[in-house]
Design a protein around this ligand. Sequence first.
Ligand SMILES: O=P(O)(O)OC[C@@H](O)[C@@H](O)c1c[nH]c2ccccc12
Length: 260
Amino acid sequence: MNILDKIVLRKKEEVADAKRLISVQDLEKADYFKRTPYSFKEFLLAEDRTGIIAEFKRRSPSKGLINGVADVAEVTQAYNNAGASALSVLTDVDFFGGKTDDILAARAVNQIPILRKDFMIDEYQILEAKAWGADIILLIAAILTPKQINDFGKFAQNLGLNVLLEVHNLEELERSICPNLDAIGVNNRNLADFTVDIQTSFDLVNRIPDEFLKISESAISNPQTIKELKTAGFNGFLIGENFMKTNNPGTSIKEFVAQI
Ligand SMILES: O=P(O)(O)OC[C@@H](O)[C@@H](O)c1c[nH]c2ccccc12
């Protein structure tokens, strides 16, 4: 079994446990459930922002521990102050060291869009994202059928959430594309075997219809790469490890932004 299969198997248990603890009715009663999410597009295309979607990630299956001490409120605020267009917060517990409370903590101190970064397999998780104050959800083509992508996309957009579809190759892109999406992300990392190649982004960018925001995800560590991805047509750049692996992710993003 590859790692992605393991994550999805465990996710099914995690979601079943969460459903037993908190009902859908209770999620819908949360204060944040009433708020209107920020527009991903508006922030990504804003002249005074960088297009960077800056990620808070403690650990990953590919790298193990990345940062065990960083504070989510402190780091996401520093990302925001450095000009991030949006924040990405991992909520997967077992494989990425995330916590539900991380989104709540980031939401409380930031007025820019927040992506709930997780492996979405059930509508319940979309309701959680809304209740926790997230603005964007991620749908990963590699683990979902085209029908699930269409249905989850519609469900999320009906709640006012923005939808980011993640693909890793042309086959996933072509089978998954549907109208109920706001953005399409090309993951430079193959989630099944962790190999990374930025070329994946350059190969797929012109296959993404212009009605969608175009995001390049993972393995970005050089400001020069942002310039090249922009020229190729990307609007957004999802960066995690490059900042999180340092002693001070907030300083790290500032130095990075100064060079783009
Ligand atoms: O830390 P990196 O290499 O900058 O990558 C960030 C982000 O793209 C990566 O964490 C990611 C992309 N897609 C995912 C899906 C699930 C979990 C994590 C991810």
